[in-house]
Design a protein around this ligand. Structure first.
Ligand SMILES: [Mn+2]
Length: 414
């Protein structure tokens, strides 16, 4: 059996206000051609399919158009997708009855039976190979919110609740499988020891207590297809427990590595190989600086001029980082003037005050830190400090994180 492992598509994402639809369209057409060429049996999408719980219509069209096209060109392909922390679990499941006819399975929630046991059946998806025989089972573990795995019969420890769901599902899969059938887990989770990307992976829950141990996935699981971390990596050096990363760079901190999907081959239960397939980058993300303004302006002047014959959608996204000694009220104007006629699209200017002995919070008083440079948590900490003259304690920050999560989920309620 052969699988393609993908995750963190983040359809509908904005880069500081700029749409990424063109890049997503390029990725999906590349993926369709890879599927046509390589004919894997299964395509896995390990969560964060959409960037927000209420994705734009265009992003939803992209997904469903892709699923139909993939099915038309390869009717034997099985697609399994789970919700990530950016997705609405119920929205992902909404078209499930339609998609099942296309051999696409969408899992966004866990359900409980009347006697309080996990409804494991719906999370176990048979994976037929090219001959139509069941070659393996997919254990679908959508991202779970605290309310889904805590409560009367589960207790109030969130991580333990998640651990329980994993254990029950693995036990159910072991009972169900026949010898020679592989177990493939797909999960959207932060595993202990993973390396995170700055500013693009929204923290899963609260504080540091959110990482799951890799030991959850015992040796009966042939391969674990993970989503959430945007950089491709093995967990604890294990070949079979992997993040494939996002298909496009979702922030300027993600430009230093090759985005990829993973091509996974199994022989019965045995993992044979995991090979990256590199995704061509449709649009470059380019960073200039951090450097003093004069130097930055020189570098901007050296950028290539617009080629009127080239596709403007392929112009790089540009982030400019300027080191300043004092506020520069016409900073944006100077940079925009230098960029006239240049083949780049400016998305962000970051001002940094170096070596002046000034503290960062004085900068906001000058209005020079833009709101989107701060995480909600940082903004809250600063506001607290300003109002009360002391740092917010851990409990307050955790309460804030819970409130924030509620607000972020609000769009999900019918
Ligand atoms: Mn993500």
């Amino acid at each position: 059996m052969r699988l393609f492992h993908t995750s963190d598509w983040h359809l509908g994402q904005n880069l500081h206000g700029q749409e990424r639809d063109f890049e997503h369209a390029c990725f999906l057409s590349w993926l369709l051609s890879q599927l046509a060429d390589q004919q894997p049996d299964v395509l896995l999408i390990a969560g964060d399919i959409f960037d927000t719980v209420n994705p734009p219509v265009k992003a939803q069209e992209r997904l469903y158009d892709f699923i139909v096209s993939a099915h038309e060109q390869q009717p034997g392909l099985t697609i399994v997708m789970i919700a990530g922390n950016h997705d609405s679990g119920s929205r992902i499941e909404l078209p499930a009855p339609l998609m099942r006819r296309l051999r696409a399975h969408a899992l966004g929630r866990v359900l409980w039976l009347d006697d309080g046991r996990l409804d494991a059946e719906r999370l176990l998806i048979p994976l037929p190979d090219a001959s139509g025989e069941i070659a393996g089972w997919c254990l679908a573990l959508p991202f779970l919110r605290p309310a889904e795995v805590t409560g009367a019969h589960l207790g109030d420890d969130y991580l333990r609740g998640i651990g329980q769901v994993h254990e029950w599902l693995i036990a159910a899969a072991n009972a169900r499988r026949k010898p020679g059938q592989a177990l493939i887990a797909i999960s959207h989770a932060h595993m202990a020891g993973g390396s995170v990307s700055q500013d693009s992976e929204r923290s899963l829950i609260i504080g540091n207590a959110e990482a799951l141990p890799a030991s959850l996935f015992g040796p009966s699981i042939s391969y674990v297809a993970l989503g959430h971390l945007h950089k491709p990596q093995r967990v604890n050096g294990e070949e079979r427990i992997r993040y494939c990363g996002s298909p496009i760079p979702l922030s300027f901190s993600e430009i230093g590595y090759q985005h990829q999907i993973l091509d996974v081959q199994l022989d019965g239960e045995t993992l044979v190989s995991v090979e990256p397939r590199l995704i061509p980058r449709a649009v470059n993300l380019q960073r200039i600086g951090p450097a003093p303004l004069a130097q930055v302006l020189e570098q901007l002047a050296e950028l290539p001029d617009i080629d009127l014959l080239a596709d403007p959608q392929r112009q790089p996204w540009l982030e400019v980082r300027v080191k300043l000694d004092e506020p520069q009220p016409d900073l944006r104007q100077q940079i925009e003037t230098a960029l006239q006629g240049k083949s780049v699209r400016l998305v962000r200017i970051a001002a940094e005050y170096a070596g002046s002995g000034r503290r960062a919070d004085e900068d906001d008083a000058n209005g020079l830190i833009e709101l989107d440079q701060l995480t909600p948590r940082e903004l809250f900490s600063r506001a607290w400090q300003e109002n009360y003259g002391s740092e917010a304690d851990e409990q307050t920050l955790n309460d804030f994180a819970l409130l924030l999560q509620e607000v972020q989920l609000e769009g999900e309620q019918p």
